[in-house]
Each structure stands twice: as C-alpha cells, then as structure tokens.
Write a protein that binds this ligand. Structure first.
Ligand code: XMP
Length: 508
C-alpha cells in the first residue's frame, strides 16, 4: 500500500522497522549507481544520509572526521567543557587527510617495557613511534622491530634512531597536499615508510605513513565523496547544552557566546538535542540561536508527532530529529511509558516536515542496513548510535573480556552520562541533590566492530541495494516509490537466516 493508506489501515497500532517490509518494484537501477546524497538544510549537503549521534561514547573529532570523509556528518557531544568542544570541532575543520596531526609519541626516558605496556593497554595496531622531548621537539624515531620483550629494560633514548640521522619534511611543504608530498618523499627516499613532519622550531607536527598513502590513493578511485564545506573543509556539527542560570532561565550570554565560538571555527550545524523537543524550553533555545545566527543550520529534537515537527520548524529549526525511546540503550518507554514505535513516528513526523518544508532525521533503533532503507522512505537521513559505538573511532578504551574486544556504549540518559553533564537533555539537574536523577538509559558494551570506513561501507552498500530493489535512483525517488506491507511474526522469522548453522559473522 502507499504510505498513507498503509499507516491509516494500521492505526492505532504503531509500527517499527521489523513490523514492515518494502515491496520490490521494476528497476533499471544498478545498486552501485544509486545516489545516496541528501540535504539537511539549504546549505548542508551530505553524500550519504548518515549522521553519528551526539553521544559521549559515539562522536568526538575522530569519529566526526571519518564520518565526513565517508560523506556523512558527526555531531560532537557536549559532555565536556565548552572550550574542549570548540577544540574538537576545530580538529575536524583543520583535518588534512593523510596527515596524522597528533601522532602518538614516546619519551626518550621511557623504557621499552613502558612502550609495550602502552601498546597492550591501548590496543594499538602499530609499534613504531616518534620520540619527542617534553616540549614536543622531535628527538628520534623508535622503530617497531626494537619494541620487543627482550629489550624491555632498555631506555628509548638508547635504542632510537637519533634526530640527526632522520630524514624529515617541513610542515610548509606538505600542508596543501600531504598525500602528494608524501608520495614524492617515499619515491625519493626508497625504503622509508614514515614521513615525519616538523615545523621550523623542530616540533613534530605530523606523520604520514607509506601504507596510508597507498590506501588513500587506491581509495580515491572508488571512495564515496567526502562531505565538505564551500572551503573544501570537512563538515561537522556539535550538540548544544541548554545552559541555565541558577534561577532556571536559559543563560543566553553563555549559549550565544559558545555558538559564536563554534561559528568562528566554521561549524556546519548545531544540534539542540533533548529527549522532549516539543517543549517551551527547547523552543526558546532554538529561537534564541536562530535570532542570533540567521544562516546557521539548526538541528533540534526529539519529537514523534507532526505538531512537534511544526513547532520546532516555527521556532527556526531546519532539521528535526524524530525518535523517542527506540534507541538500543534507551529506557524512556519503560521508565516514562512514552514514545511511538519508530516507523509510525516517522510517518506522522514526515507530514509535519512536508507542511513546513523542513527536513527530518530518524534517530534511534537502527540495527541493520535494511532499517536505514525503511527509515529513508520517510526521513532525509538517519542518526546512528549503537551501530557506530563499536568502531575504533568511537571515544573510549577497548577492553578485552574472555578473548573478545568491547567498547563502552551508554545512553546519554544513563546515570553515569547524566552525572558527566547530560542531565539537562532529560530535563533534570545534575546539581539537584534533593531529587535523585532518574535514568532513562543504560550503560552497555558493544563488541568492537572494526573501523568506521568498513561499517559505513557495508551499511551504504545495503542502502544502495534497497534502492536498486525499488528502482530508486536517488533518495527522493525512494520516498516516492516505497510501498509497504505489514510483516507477521512468521514473516519476521523468515527474514533472518533460519534452519542453518551460521559459520561467518554478518556485517550489518
Ligand atoms: P541507537 O539505537 O542508534 O540509538 O543506539 C541512539 C539514539 O538513542 C537516543 N539516546 C537515548 N534515548 N535514553 C533514551 O531514551 C538514553 O539514555 C539515550 N541516549 C541516547 C539518542 O537519540 C541517540 O541518537
């Protein structure tokens, strides 16, 4: 059925991803040719419709960089001091692909045993390190073949290749195109596989590895286009904390100063992220930012109704986040008894978006690429938390349990995240001792899923496959052509592998 007839027929039952399936349609589209680009506002264009969630176990600069390189965007979370969030944004905007700008360096006074312990603890996959003195001046290079147990009691200074014997490159020669500069460097200095970049004072400013040059050159031919601003910098967004005065009213000066600082770093979008966006407080905040910054892309949420979308659009938001309680770490529906299963929420929200000419993003509950295809029949993009939290680029340490690698993933409404700053997102006050914080999220672990490049590659492959089945050459066509069916419990069972013993891990 077309969306309207289908969802009306199923009312008042609310449906989510696994409750529905999309019908195949005549197609003359090859999946690889399906165009996944989308817009979040008049100025913010993405090559893939995927946003990484502004959660403190999902998006900091490292994740935001890889998101933008793959054509999406990351929203930096706000559980950190405001000035640190500005720095995180700056790291993304100043990222030069191929140049590792903060290489992990060791100290000449470290023992090889210390270096081995660090590699083990941080689960590094490399063992060659630049050696810096306390002021960041490059004094040597520690080769990986010396980082061995048998040398563990030796000092780095005694085994490193000293500065005088190292061939380095000046920062000013590589800043424009590090890959090209590195390619020339490795051709000239046969046998070297690290290009160390220094400034005039000898400080280590970056590092390029020959394997990265090869990988990036090969990828350049097949890779999806990065999402860039008009000055060719990667795009990035940041979540905005609703800072309040002791009296309870929004602290306009602090909020506007902070957005101004983010704008100075050329931020592409800010997100007013709350559990309940259809409220006077969120409306005031969106209006306040819109009045001060007329051309900034504002994302706001979360809502699950057409009137919620229309309200935030009237306050000045360009893009509205839809989803209350579908997230993999959410307990809002259990704790508050509130929320609408996600496909129905998207359907009603899309009505509001069409009425106001704004965009919507499906936020939460996505566990596989098929869910993204279904979400994109209603929404302009999706937000991923859990699917990205296991990536190496997500913040947090990797831990090993029974031989398997995990990373922490917690709801922003979990007790520990709220204590770290996000209480306001759930309408609570972390300094309010009289009233205990009520959690609306859990703390969990995600198995390490590899690098975000691969995870995103698999997800987008799935999205393009879905578009191919529907004969949709782009996302507007996907929205227009989608035909829905309700899936029975037996149909759901049939949809997953069954009656076999699985021998390999599915990727998405
Ligand atoms: P997924 O399913 O991708 O969901 O892991 C991520 C989204 O969940 C929302 N979120 C929460 N919702 N309690 C909630 O009810 C929480 O503690 C919580 N933390 C995050 C958020 O919208 C995120 O993008």
């Amino acid at each position: 059925l077309p969306a309207d007839a289908f969802f009306r027929a199923n009312l008042p039952t609310a449906l989510t991803f696994d409750d529905v399936s999309l019908a195949t349609l005549y197609s003359d589209i090859l999946p690889k040719d399906a165009d996944t680009s989308t817009s979040l506002s008049e100025t913010l264009r993405l090559q893939i419709p995927i946003v990484s969630s502004d959660m403190d176990t999902v998006t900091e600069s490292r994740m935001a960089i890889v998101m933008a390189l793959n054509g999406g965007i990351g929203l930096i979370h706000y559980n950190m001091p405001a000035k640190d969030q500005v720095k995180e944004v700056a790291r993304v905007k100043r990222h030069i692909h191929g140049l590792i700008q903060d290489p992990i360096a060791v100290s000449p006074t470290d023992l090889i045993g210390d270096v081995l312990a660090m590699i083990e603890q941080k689960k590094y996959t490399f063992s060659t390190f630049p050696v810096n003195d306390a002021s960041g001046v490059l004094v040597g290079l520690l080769s990986g073949n010396l980082v061995k147990d048998r040398y563990k009691s030796k000092k780095v200074a005694d085994v490193m290749t000293a500065r005088a014997s190292l061939i380095t490159e000046q920062e000013r020669n590589v800043a424009k195109d590090p890959i090209k500069a590195a390619d020339a460097f490795f051709n000239q200095h046969v046998g070297l596989n690290k290009m160390l970049v220094v400034d005039d004072a000898g400080h280590l400013r970056g590092l390029v590895t020959s394997s990265d040059v090869e990988r990036i050159t090969a990828e350049a031919k097949s890779r999806r286009k990065p999402a860039r601003d008009s000055n060719f910098r990667l795009v990035v967004g940041a979540a905005l904390a609703p800072v309040r005065k002791p009296s309870g009213e929004l602290d306009r000066d602090k909020i506007i100063t902070h957005v101004g600082n983010l704008m100075d770093e050329s931020i592409d979008a800010i997100a007013v992220s709350t559990a309940h966006g259809h409220t006077a407080g969120v409306g005031d905040m969106v209006r306040m930012v819109r009045d001060a910054f007329p051309s900034l892309t504002i994302i706001a949420g979360n809502v699950t109704s057409a009137s919620g979308v229309e309200f935030l659009a009237d306050c000045g938001a360009d893009t509205i986040k839809v989803g209350q309680g579908p997230g993999s770490i959410c307990t809002t529906r259990i704790v508050a008894g509130v929320g609408i299963p996600q496909m129905t929420a998207l359907h009603v929200a899309a009505k509001g978006a069409a009425a106001k000419g704004v965009k919507i993003i499906a936020d939460g509950g996505i566990t596989k690429s098929g869910d993204i295809v279904k979400a994109l029949t209603m929404a302009d993009a999706v937000i991923l938390g859990g699917l990205l939290a296991g990536c190496r680029e997500a913040p947090g340490e990797i831990m090993e349990i029974n031989g398997k690698l995990f990373k922490q993933y917690r709801g922003m409404g979990s007790l520990s995240a709220m204590k770290a700053g996000s209480a306001a997102r759930y309408g609570q006050d972390k300094t309010d001792n009289a009233r205990k914080l009520t959690a609306e999220g859990i703390e969990a672990l995600k198995e390490v899923s590899g690098f975000a490049d691969d995870v995103l590659g698999n997800l987008i492959g799935g999205v393009q496959s879905g578009m191919g089945y529907l004969g949709a050459k782009n996302l507007p066509e996907l929205r227009e052509k989608a035909r829905f069916m309700r899936v029975s419990p037996a149909g759901q069972k049939e949809a997953s592998p069954h009656d076999v013993i699985e021998v390999s891990t599915r990727k998405n």
